[in-house]
Design a protein around this ligand. Structure first.
Ligand SMILES: Nc1ncnc2c1ncn2[C@@H]1O[C@H](COP(=O)(O)OP(=O)(O)O)[C@@H](O)[C@H]1O
Ligand SMILES: [Mg+2]
Length: 419
């Protein structure tokens, strides 16, 4: 009897094992089938050719969610997105033009415009504020692959003082970039005759200047592929929470076909007043052109004014401020130099302003090789490195008019004659 019972038990065990294996197998097959169906469906919904799919595979973090407008699929893709987020992280998301329209409520809130296009405020479905920069027609010539490559470079930059690129749109009608939105506008609003609610102490302006220098040091010296900004100016230093500086518009010169352009007098690169001399002449251009523009920004931080103020103005005698600064510096008149920056008489502010003044004069040296690296700029600003006495950066300009009124050290004529 005992062997009979034993064999029955063994048989029953076999049966249960077979049934269990069968059930697990069927469930697995169904799961694989569902997954495959989902992938094919998603691919078809993208509607692009193989080129599109390749680009997305390399560019998107959760492009699946981004490339469909179907709410049901959004839910279904939610968990997949997390998965892709993990394996393809640190890449910008590709959005459709319909999605951008939804984020911006049909481009209802225009923030401003610049050389590359128009900026709109928008919101992601999760409520996060975004800035959508719709690029203008110079983008037309750019091939999709090149656009992807450049966006990939911008998207792989991570620094606390750089504005984050969340994603992009590239289709037949819309080429756009989607950035984090910074609530406090840009540095120009705090420098040039600010309203009372935007008047800040010099310590804060100094912090913003140092943060901006760190962003440039990262772009020039620390990120995987060196990026020359080409357009450093207060308008491109955005201010986030607590007025934390966030440099914007880096990488745009390449994206918009401008890097290889030979400059004409109309100026295809940079902004007049900030662009280094070599950008206006047929001379080789290096990352030192950013150092020059940064120096011009430092002068404006020091004086809390535009470097060039034309017309009959109370400050007419200091028309071109950088040259006025040089002559005051040469004369050893430090008090005049730091007067506007450190008006409160705070010793720390005064010392910071003196450093800013010297570093600015080094940054705008005529010969690129005489300008410091951004790494060196940061060290000098923070007081880690001694700052040698700068040489005259404006020796190449026409001599200043000695018959002019006392204190008249710069003029737009001198500036223009140098161009
Ligand atoms: N990410 C952003 N968040 C908030 N405001 C922005 C953002 N990007 C740009 N802006 C604002 O939009 C305006 C236009 O920007 P832009 O097109 O880059 O021109 P520019 O830099 O020449 O002023 C600027 O006033 C800037 O302050
Ligand atoms: Mg800008």
């Amino acid at each position: 009897m005992a062997p009979c019972i034993t064999s029955s038990l063994i048989l029953a065990g076999f049966a249960v094992g077979i049934i269990t294996t069968g059930v697990v197998g069927v469930v697995t097959i169904i799961a694989i089938y569902k997954c495959a169906k989902l992938c094919v469906k998603t691919d078809l919904q993208r509607g692009g050719g193989s080129r599109d799919r390749e680009a997305e595979a390399s560019m998107t973090r959760d492009g699946e969610r981004g490339s469909t407008d179907d709410a049901g699929d959004d839910v279904e893709m939610g968990s997949m997105s997390c998965f892709f987020e993990d394996i393809l992280k640190e890449r910008p998301v590709r959005f459709s033009s319909q999605q951008l329209r939804a984020f911006t409520r049909n481009y209802a809130h225009r923030v401003g415009s610049g050389g590359f296009g128009v900026v709109y405020k928008g919101r992601f479905p999760n409520g996060a504020a975004v800035a959508v920069k719709v690029l203008n027609s110079t983008m037309g010539k750019r091939a999709e692959e090149q656009f992807m490559a450049e966006v990939g470079t911008i998207g792989r930059t991570y620094h606390i003082n750089l504005v984050r690129l969340y994603g992009f749109c590239f289709d037949g009608t819309v080429k756009a970039l989607v950035y984090e939105y910074t609530e406090n506008g840009s540095l120009d609003g705090y420098l040039f005759d600010p309203p009372p609610d935007k008047t800040v102490g010099y310590g804060k302006l100094y912090e913003i200047a140092v943060g901006t220098a760190k962003a440039l040091r990262y772009l020039h010296e620390e990120c995987a592929q060196r990026i020359i900004h080409y357009d450093i100016k207060p308008e491109n230093v955005l201010l986030g929470a607590g007025l934390a500086p966030k440099v914007s518009d880096f990488g745009l010169a390449r994206l918009c076909d401008r890097e290889d352009t030979h400059l004409t007098i109309t100026g295809a690169r940079g902004t007049p007043g900030y662009a280094a001399p070599e950008l206006w002449m047929p001379l080789p251009v290096t990352h030192k052109c950013d150092v020059y523009s940064y120096g011009m920004l430092l002068f404006e931080t020091l004086g809390r004014r535009r470097n060039l103020e034309l017309g009959l103005h109370a400050r007419e005698s200091q028309e071109w401020y950088p040259r006025w600064v040089w002559h005051r510096f040469e004369a050893g008149d430090t008090d005049a130099l730091v007067a506007r920056a450190a008006a409160t008489g705070d010793k720390k502010d005064r010392e910071a302003a003196e450093r800013v003044c010297k570093v600015a004069l080094w940054c705008v040296q005529y010969r690129p090789e005489d300008r410091p690296s951004m790494g060196s700029v940061v060290r000098m600003l923070e007081g880690e490195d001694q700052i040698a006495a700068p040489r005259n950066p404006f020796a190449h300009l026409a001599p200043y008019n000695s018959t002019a009124t006392a204190g008249s050290y710069g003029s737009s004529d001198h500036l223009l004659s140098a161009r």
